[in-house]
Ligand binder design. Structure first.
Ligand code: FAD
Length: 334
């Protein structure tokens, strides 16, 4: 069991900055994210776009903002559990919580902060026969640990950036990479598409275009995929793993079952301190709603600062909080 003061659900920009505001008050944080990487929408949807409304950082590229946020919280040594989705919150007799993920990781904390953005990103599943049967037995919707594919035969499907990027990356790790795509050209970045065509020409990967994986076969574990061409031809290839990469869509998911006030897929909060209707549970960033709410990173940062001042009383019930500027107090690392 991991023990911390504050468990933050969601490692998007707001969850990350919340660690800084907590750290200034000597409160330790552990972050959990369903994605295998930090940064939330910035990393998943628009890593290369410039953001123009971050104070003091005009036109900052989204992935650079994420890097800077990580740098800013480094001294407070937050813990991370990535690639796992929070499923349940269980209140203990002393008011603290045990937060449990889909992979049974447990975090014991005094305060829960929901910074879950639009909800957890769930994979879009293609219509492939026996796809769900082989989940955990050869089917993966995200690449969490590339090393697990070392010397394996893998089939990737999709035509966007993820499919292209992973086909390129895994071509140096897997024994054989096959990329199946229903079109003739790719939606992903032209540079990546050109690299994939180059790798296919040099025989480093197999590219099967104008085709779709239509069924999976194997006895208990995945053994082969059947591929249906647009011309109705059917090919079967042996594989250890199948990785369909058709994007992710956000879902409120388990948060809807935590007895919180919810309006239009967002958690209602008191704007005094961004607390929810359940004691010790706060909601900040895109996941919350209140009159006048703006889904902006800037607003989430403000909410994080206010919220942590309020959470202090649960972490240090014996102490009185006195507000200090960082220019006066400095940053006292853990
Ligand atoms: C194309 C685009 C452009 C944008 N441009 C701007 C802009 O210019 N300026 C601006 O201020 N804002 C912009 N935004 C909005 C901005 O990205 C969001 O306001 C911001 O990402 C919210 O941050 P967050 O940390 O609240 O949530 P998110 O970034 O959504 O992160 C939430 C994280 O929580 C995780 N999560 C959710 N549920 C669970 C669970 N149950 N268990 C574990 N993890 C979970 C998710 O996987 C996700 O990683 C833009 C958004 C988009 C899509």
């Amino acid at each position: 069991m991991i023990t911390t003061d504050i468990c933050i659900i969601g490692a998007g920009p707001v969850g990350l900055f919340a660690v800084f505001e907590a750290g200034l008050l000597k409160m330790r944080c552990h972050l959990i994210d369903a994605l295998p990487l930090v940064g939330g929408q910035l990393s998943e949807i628009y890593p290369q776009k410039p953001i123009y409304d971050i104070p003091g950082a005009p036109g900052i590229i989204a992935e650079d903002l994420v890097k800077n946020l990580l740098l800013q919280i480094e001294e407070f040594k937050p813990g991370f559990t990535l690639g796992e989705r929070v499923e349940s919150l269980d209140k203990q007799d002393d008011g603290s919580y045990i937060v449990t993920t889909n992979e049974a990781t447990e975090i014991h904390c005094k305060v829960v902060v929901i910074a879950a953005g639009l909800g957890s990103f769930e994979p879009r599943k293609p219509a492939v026969e026996r796809l769900e049967y082989f989940e955990g037995k050869g089917v993966h919707y995200m690449v969490k640990r590339p090393e697990q594919f070392r010397n394996k035969k893998i089939v990737l499907a999709g035509g966007g950036d993820s499919a292209l990027d992973w086909a390129i990356f895994l071509s140096d790790i897997a024994s054989r990479v096959t990329l199946v795509h229903r079109g003739e050209t790719f939606r992903g970045a032209p540079d990546s598409a050109a690299k994939v065509f180059e790798l296919a020409e040099s025989g480093k990967i197999d590219l099967i275009l104008q085709s779709q994986v239509n069924s999976l076969n194997g006895n208990g574990v995945l053994k082969e995929v059947s591929i249906l061409g647009n011309d109705k031809s059917l090919t079967t290839i042996e594989t250890d793993d199948f990785i369909p990469l058709f994007g992710l869509s956000p879902k409120l998911g388990p948060i809807a079952d935590w007895n919180l006030g919810v309006e239009k897929s967002a958690v209602t909060v008191n704007t005094l301190d961004y607390s929810t209707n359940v004691e010790r549970i706060y909601a900040i960033g895109d996941i919350n709603t209140y009159p006048g709410k703006l889904k902006l990173i800037l607003c989430g940062f403000h909410e994080a600062a206010i919220m942590m001042q309020s959470a202090f009383k649960y972490v240090y019930p014996e102490q009185k909080l006195s507000f200090k500027y960082t220019t006066v107090n400095g940053i006292n690392a853990f």
